[in-house]
Design a protein around this ligand. Structure first.
Ligand SMILES: [Zn+2]
Length: 106
């Protein structure tokens, strides 16, 4: 699967694809098709218009990534970490890191 990120227009590699991560977390492959392609971890990617912020709300579950500190009008975190989701997201992320890169079937 090869796709372009709807935020930065850069190539989304399988190992940094929000749809694939959600599909693995929820054991639902349809989530790959229902999501717009989007990076998870931020960076500057091939073909991108500019640096991509990725998906801070998901990236915060991955070791070494920043916490998502975006807040709503009430000052509360918009996307607080759900403690019961940490292990599932990290397991899915680890699985994704073994997938072939963009453009190859998996
Ligand atoms: Zn992007």
């Amino acid at each position: 699967m090869s796709a372009r990120c709807h935020i930065c227009n850069g190539d989304v590699a399988n190992n940094n694809d929000k749809g694939i991560l959600l599909a693995l977390v929820y054991s639902n492959p349809m989530l790959i098709l229902s999501q717009k392609a989007q990076h998870i971890v931020p960076g500057l990617f091939p073909g991108a218009r500019a640096s991509c912020k990725g998906s801070p709300s998901i990236a915060q579950y991955i070791k070494g990534q920043r916490k998502d500190t975006r807040t709503g009008p009430d000052g509360k975190l918009l996307y607080p970490i759900a403690p019961d989701a940490i292990d599932r997201v990290r397991a899915a992320w680890d699985k994704m890191q073994k997938l072939p890169p963009v453009g190859q079937p998996w």
